[in-house]
Write a protein that binds this ligand. Structure first.
Ligand code: ADP
Ligand code: GLC
Length: 480
């Protein structure tokens, strides 16, 4: 089966979050399973052009002008073929979606062109059996196919319902779609253009990145205004938890670490902890519980709970190492915390792949207090690094982290600490439980072992996607 994977970011070429990790690893896992998967993504600034082979030109009117671009073929280091959509006026910029905290104001034109080029990739003498589109940036593919009466089976995966691609109605013409597509059962959404709706309405099969999130988004609380539509499509909506690329995220092979380690010998983890404390400027205390956090600092991730709980966290005697960037007020709050508790709180504002790995390895616990979390990858990485997750019970966190209770300990499934209420008190109480467990080396070692031996490899999820592609082809044949 041939699958075209349409996505706006992929490791190692471009990354703002977990979507890039998924797009870098899932196609390779599917290929190992015998599928012919190719990725199509924009050619952003910073992606090396050497060795890319031009395979076709794409010229499309977008609004009042004609954009001339090319599609160039390359390969990922893991062997997955990649089609890069090259249109420098759209993609040769410092950011992927924006700069300095502001989205580019021509994002609709940028991703409308990208989707039209993705549809055109078939002219490279390779016709996919299924197109798999990810998030709003790739959603218009489903619209173009639908309005061209093209029966190509299409699957759409929601990685985050919070980013829907909303634009003023006046920009609708940039899509090049007929006016009839701007309707309630199309792209219209409370008077605006909602690009994600193209995927949700016209893809034959829908999925999201955990089973719990697939249920949650059908409720008004998590549905971001789209829960009604998602309930209508409930029979076509599936949840598949993300996996981990263990060639990149495993302390036995991780190239970013000062020392390697595995479940049978955790000596290297102690060295990683000391090195991390030195790197971020905290006192080198081997027995101070070190809490790590790496995240986009946006409301989704729940760091307002952490800032509200800082006094209590400091009083527990833990060290906190945070790496993140995003909301300027959260960045400022954490900078202030680092200034107030220099012996306990270390904050790095920015995006740093290497430091993200070293925090996974050097920390004792990993904090993810998310308000919502479609899948989450860092809790899965943490498990493999023997870093015990402390998480809120939502989305993919609920589907991967099993709270420590007498029963789960007895069953041998406990692998972290979980809280329910979105309050600083619940966060503090749960972090308190984790710190108490850390003081019990036998228990702590047990939790680390359960996590490190768990298997969240992509090969499991790839099997599920394979079934969903078959279903997509079946549903598309019936839609005709
Ligand atoms: P999301 O996609 O919502 O950001 P995920 O948990 O799925 O959340 O994935 C986040 C990915 O982005 C992880 O690989 C994480 O290490 C990485 N990441 C997030 N923020 C940073 C940062 N400031 N520096 C380096 N890596 C980061
Ligand atoms: C989104 C979600 C995150 C998920 C990632 C990859 O960014 O916020 O939970 O892991 O996509 O699917």
């Amino acid at each position: 089966m041939k699958v075209l994977f349409c996505v706006s970011e992929a490791v190692p070429f471009a990354k703002t979050g977990g979507l890039a990790d998924v797009a870098g690893a899932l196609p390779a896992a599917l290929r190992r399973g015998g599928l012919d998967v190719r990725v199509v993504m924009p050619l952003y600034r910073g992606i090396a052009r050497d060795g890319l082979e031009p395979v076709l030109t794409v010229e499309r009117p977008v609004g009042g002008r004609t954009i001339a671009g090319a599609v160039r073929r390359g390969t990922m280091p893991n062997g997955t073929p990649v089609y890069f959509v090259d249109a420098p006026e759209l993609y040769d910029r410092p950011g992927l979606y924006g700069e300095g905290g502001r989205d580019y104001d021509d994002n609709l034109a940028r991703f409308a062109f990208f989707c039209q080029a993705a549809v055109a990739v078939r002219r490279d003498a390779w016709t996919p059996d299924v197109v798999h589109c990810h998030d709003w940036q790739a959603a218009l593919v489903a619209a173009y196919l639908r309005w061209e009466r093209d029966p190509l089976p299409t699957m759409f995966t929601v990685h985050n319902l919070a980013y829907q691609g909303l634009f003023p109605a006046a920009q609708f013409e940039l899509t090049g779609l007929p006016g009839a597509a701007f309707a309630m059962d199309g792209l219209e959404f409370y008077g605006q253009v909602n690009v994600m709706k193209a995927g949700l309405v016209w893809a034959h099969v829908l999925s999201t990145v955990s089973e719990t999130y697939a249920r949650e988004i059908q409720s008004p609380e998590y549905g971001m205004g789209l829960d009604g539509l998602l309930r209508v499509r409930a029979a076509d909506l599936f949840g598949v938890l993300n996996g981990v690329d263990y060639s990149q995220w495993d302390p036995t092979v991780d190239v970013h670490l000062p020392a390697r380690y595995g479940p049978d010998d955790l000596g290297g983890k102690a060295r990683c902890k000391a090195a991390l404390q030195r790197e971020v400027g905290l006192p080198e205390h081997a027995y101070a519980p070190l809490v790590g956090a790496v995240a986009r600092l946006v409301s989704q991730k729940g760091f307002d709970l952490v800032t509200a709980a800082l006094e209590g966290i400091a009083a527990m005697g833990v060290q906190l190492v945070l790496l993140g960037t995003g909301d300027p007020s959260l960045e400022a709050a954490f900078r202030a915390a680092a200034a107030r508790w220099p012996q306990q709180v270390a904050v790095t504002i920015g995006f740093d792949e290497g430091l993200a790995h070293r925090i996974e390895a050097g920390a004792d616990m990993f904090l993810m207090p998310s308000r919502f979390e479609p899948s989450g990858l860092n809790q899965l990485y943490s498990l493999r690094y023997g870093t015990v997750p402390v998480v809120r019970r939502t989305g993919g966190l609920a589907d991967s982290i099993v709270d420590v209770t007498p029963e789960t300990l007895q069953r041998g499934t406990a692998n972290g600490f979980v809280f329910d209420a979105y309050t600083p008190e619940a966060l503090l109480a749960t972090l308190g439980r984790a710190v108490a467990a850390y003081r019990d080396p036998g228990l702590w070692r047990f939790l680390q072992q359960v996590g490190m031996r768990a298997d969240f490899s992509w090969d499991r999820a790839a099997g599920r996607y394979r079934d969903l592609y078959a279903l997509t082809a079946e549903r598309a044949a019936r839609w005709r």
